[in-house]
Design a protein around this ligand. Sequence first.
Ligand SMILES: Cc1cc2nc3c(=O)[nH]c(=O)nc-3n(C[C@H](O)[C@H](O)[C@H](O)COP(=O)(O)OP(=O)(O)OC[C@H]3O[C@@H](n4cnc5c(N)ncnc54)[C@H](O)[C@@H]3O)c2cc1C
Length: 461
Amino acid sequence: MNREQMVEELSKIVGKENVLFSETDLLLYGYDASLFKGKPDCIVFPGSTEDVSQIVKFCHHERIPVIARGSGTNLSGGTIPTRGGVILHFSRMNKIVEIDIENQRAVVEPGLFTLALKNQLARYGYVYQPDPASEKVSTFGGNFAENSGGPHCLKYGVTTNHVLGAEIVLPDGEVVQVGGKAPDNPGYDLTGLLVGSEGTLGIATKLILRIMPKSEAVKTMLAIYNSLEDAGRTVSAIIADGILPATLEILDKLTIKAVEESVHAGFPLDAEAVLLIEIDGLKDGMERLAEQIMEVCRKNNAREVKSAKTEAERTQLWAGRKGAFGAISRLRPNYLVCDGTVPRTKLPEVLTRVMEVSKKYGLPIANVFHAGDGNLHPLILFDERDVEELRKVHLAGSEIMKLCAEAGGTISGEHGIGTEKMKEMFYIFSNQDISAMKKVKKAFDPEEIFNPGKIFPEVQA
Ligand SMILES: Cc1cc2nc3c(=O)[nH]c(=O)nc-3n(C[C@H](O)[C@H](O)[C@H](O)COP(=O)(O)OP(=O)(O)OC[C@H]3O[C@@H](n4cnc5c(N)ncnc54)[C@H](O)[C@@H]3O)c2cc1C
């Protein structure tokens, strides 16, 4: 089917004004926050589950790929069209359907920004815990499909622990419900399977979320180090002391420099690393717990530990962390965010080896990461106009993933595999493991309509 016919048929479903297909639009929706680019055939903006179902039925019949898209902030090429097709953009389906305080649930449409729900929940003294640093613009559809994490996921768990059910459009256009508001649904845990499936198995048109009352008290501290390894060691030491903070985030020297030049969070420029620590819970006992943590920091060579005295000071520290990725883009035209996890105790060793990779390829690497989860984010800085440098970036990124796998970790903590890390899947899975996962894809989507060319490499002979 040619593009003209495709646009005509899709316009019958959603209206002409909700289909884009100019060359400029195709370029604009052909990239995301990864290093990859592609080109769709058109972009469609559904307004309801019924629209999504009809669009998918049409695409299924015509064997046209369908790629769901929220804000395109994913870092692994998840929304890149690898074989053209229809981009299903959820910006019109962005409502809060229900806030059910008594049952501690919220129901949202997939195009809603993560922070938009949190802002509404704050009026009730409630919170949705997962907090990707991109939450101002990331959507719940994207969070769901990438199983997103964030600084507070150390204590509260990632997206999969907070999505209890969903309305899903399957690759043949059928609409099904998985999970639900009540806990412990019988049958297969399809919600668990679909969270993190990167738009390859089903498209979410509604999500049922767990919400929680806000903690009574919160305390935010900043430990300052002359060595990145000492900051890494402190993370394991705090947890080994029986404490589970809400947050343990590390920023290294290069990140501190970038942050201070843009956000002015108050991080010392001569430090090798800072560790941002937040504890939350009951007011009673919080000061004692903070003192215990500060003592662990000092024992692990922190040269200073400060705590935020006011809400404004706390906000300033968090602005430094949440603005870090943006700030780093001031240092060089491009960066690749590597996303791997390692057992916490391996952090110091792996960080040292990451810096060896930086030296080997002559590429600066900044580190800002969810240290409590052992979730590393080395950011490799480069200029994509330099073809040789770009080649080295891909090699360095792959080598860092290998380091994580060899340390007993894995190749994605929260950003997914997408098109970026398909061949690295062999660092952690065997041919048999990958074949088993592909059988699941085949059962849901035998014609490979949903987000083709993602996650899985060809099985090796
Ligand atoms: C500055 C910055 C900071 C970031 N910080 C974090 C962080 O702290 N933690 C973290 O985990 N990630 C982080 N990310 C990555 C990214 O923001 C998350 O992966 C986010 O969840 C993507 O949301 P999105 O709306 O942009 O999704 P998109 O990028 O549009 O899509 C992501 C994936 O979801 C699929 N998808 C979208 N909507 C649906 C749907 N309705 N149904 C099924 N599949 C769908 C897409 O096909 C794609 O595979 C960061 C990114 C940036 C640029």
